[in-house]
Design a protein around this ligand. Structure first.
Ligand code: TUI
Length: 317
């Protein structure tokens, strides 16, 4: 069994596998399953109201004694109240997405909370390390949802070479090969979103999970580049409409209006044509819905096999 991951000692987890903090889907069901299986479950607060977040924290604590985290989405209309709540609730670990949490990191450090911002550039990784981030999650543009411009393959080694804190790789990872590749690039572990959507415990609508299982390598597309909020989703009627409007020079307001409420329509209500199906490029690799525990065990076992097989490249004699 692979061992000696510094990130596991830091976060008090068994395996260097973190669940992406997905809005709507990072609920107590998935979070507790990931944490109980030895990874780090992450509640995805998205743009949900603070009371929803309080309830998810409470339910997660009922279901697990293991460490878990909350993802703070920086564009949330409830940002200020969510930040207050996680301190009040003494949540031990936070991840951040969709914006720069730099101004808040010192405060969390003083409150004894570990912080793991998601970054898509070396510059931001460096800045946030200086401000006290305990870990940085380097997320490539293969990811689902809000994305940067650099691939995981190029971003992770550059971030790992630029900061002293542990780096977690995210974007395009769903199996043991991806974990080993991330380690080879200088990361200490991985964060995965799309792989965990196709778990038994994830509350996503079955039609959304099936769309991921049926996806090929070119199933996703990035829309919203003109609005400054590029988002990767499975291609469907909504993304075609969005692209057509963008091409026609629609205003930011019009495009934002088209996107409103579409994530829950897709991932919760299962409207696979008109809803937003945020998923990463690795969707094409995922062929089975499995229990979270098996997902994590299979990844760790495959990573071990891959590392053992690498021995054949050693020089003889
Ligand atoms: O944040 C994500 N993925 C996301 S956020 C999102 S938005 C949303 N979700 C649900 C409901 C409503 C809205 C969907 N998917 N990944 C982490 C990530 N963060 N990727 C890139 C960034 C990022 C972007 C800009 C981090 C920092 C940043 O700062 C800009 C600056 O100020 O330099």
């Amino acid at each position: 069994m692979l061992t000696n991951f510094a990130i596991c000692d830091l976060l008090h987890i068994d395996y260097p596998i973190i669940q992406g903090g997905m809005a709507w889907l990072g609920t107590a069901e998935l979070v507790s399953a990931v944490s109980n299986a030895g990874g780090l479950g992450v509640i995805g607060s998205g743009d949900a109201p603070t009371e929803w977040l309080r309830e998810q924290i409470r339910q997660t604590r009922e279901r697990t004694d293991r460490p878990f985290a909350v993802n703070i989405m920086m564009m949330s209309p409830f940002l200020a109240d969510n930040l207050k709540l996680v301190v009040e609730e003494k949540v031990g670990i936070l991840t951040f997405g969709g914006g720069n949490p730099g101004g808040y990191l010192t405060g969390f450090k003083e409150a004894g909370i570990k912080t793991m911002p998601v970054v898509s550039s070396v510059a931001l990784a460096r800045r946030l390390e200086k401000l006290g981030a305990d870990v940085v999650i380097a997320e490539g543009m293969e990811s689902g949802g809000h994305v940067g411009e650099t691939t995981t393959m190029a971003l992770v080694p550059q971030v790992a070479g630029s900061v002293k804190v542990p780096v977690i790789a995210a974007g395009g990872i769903a199996d043991g090969r991806g974990l080993v590749a991330a380690l080879a690039l200088g990361a200490q572990g991985v964060q995965m979103g799309t792989r965990f959507i196709c778990s038994e415990e994830c509350i996503a609508h079955t039609r959304f999970k099936e769309q991921i299982l049926q996806a090929g390598d070119r199933a996703t597309i990035v829309t919203g580049i003109s609005t400054g909020h590029p988002v990767r989703c499975l291609e469907n009627k909504l993304t075609y409409k969005f692209m057509a409007l963008e091409k026609a020079g629609a205003s930011k307001d019009e495009l934002e209006e088209l996107g409103r409420g579409k994530l829950s329509l897709g991932v919760m209500q299962g409207d696979i044509e008109q809803g937003s199906l945020m998923a990463g490029q690795i969707a094409g690799l995922i062929k089975e819905i499995k229990p979270v525990k098996l997902i994590i065990q299979d990844i760790m076992a495959e990573a071990q096999q891959v590392i053992d097989a690498m021995g054949r490249y050693k020089t003889k004699g």
